[in-house]
Design a protein around this ligand. Structure first.
Ligand code: DX5
Ligand code: ZN
Length: 221
């Protein structure tokens, strides 16, 4: 039987003047993880947060902190993010010449190790990492900003990775990130995903954060 799906609100669309409150609201509304988007202005055009914000989130919630590193040479910062309280560290295969070594380093710091890939990167580029990964994150937008349109052409890659994970009896989470909403979450789950990151459809839901989470969960059924 398939396990329950994870909803991971991304604080990228939160109101940072009230971050603690908004995180508490997401937690009490049943969020499973909290997703933190780290961007360096090089690997992606946007610049966001670092270990300092992860450390503040760690004090604000007991939820696992799912830290998505959209940065060049992420190995420079793994220890700092682990010390700040990250539960999982997700690195882009495009930024890691030795992705296997990087995933092992993440585990050595006591974090779950995640690998992710851009929409244009084929599944074959992460094939050799699947045996090691605790999480595989498939980007369903070009990374850099919240509020972008979901790319349905990536669904076949989600299905392909689901098949490969099942073939090797991996229990890794298959996570998706970008443009996830009530309108597409069911389709993405049908393709094989079981963890869903969402920023706009939660933090900008017209009826509030709890309604956003509830709506995503209802549409999973
Ligand atoms: C995009 C980030 C996402 C982003 C998702 O580069 O990795 O986590 O916050 O935002 P939405 O759900 O609004 O597409
Ligand atoms: Zn993300």
């Amino acid at each position: 039987m398939r396990r329950t799906c994870v909803i991971a609100p991304s604080i990228l669309s939160a109101d940072f003047t009230r971050l603690g409150e908004q995180i508490a609201e997401a937690e009490s509304a049943g969020a499973d993880w909290l997703h933190v988007d780290v961007m360096d202005g090089h690997f992606v055009p946007n610049l966001t947060m670092g270990p300092f914000v992860v450390e503040a989130c760690r004090r604000a919630t007991k939820l696992p902190l799912d830290v998505h590193l959209m940065i060049e040479a992420p190995e420079r910062f793994l220890e700092a993010f682990a010390k700040a309280g990250a539960s999982s560290l997700i690195v882009h295969v495009e930024t890691c010449p030795d992705i296997t070594g990087t995933l092992k380093t993440i585990k050595s710091f006591g974090c779950k190790a995640g690998v992710t890939l851009n929409p244009a990167t084929p599944a074959s580029d992460i094939e050799h990492t699947l045996i090691l990964a605790d999480q595989v994150l498939v980007m369903t937008v070009h990374p850099g900003y919240s509020g972008q349109e979901f790319m349905p052409e990536v669904l076949s890659k989600v299905a392909e990775i689901r098949r490969r994970l099942d073939e090797i009896h991996s229990s890794a989470w298959l996570e998706v990130d970008g443009g996830i909403s009530a309108a597409n979450i069911y389709r993405v789950r049908e393709a094989g995903a079981d963890a869903f990151v969402a920023a706009n459809s939660i933090f900008h839901h017209p009826d509030g954060i709890a309604a956003g989470i509830r709506s995503l969960r209802e549409h999973l059924k």
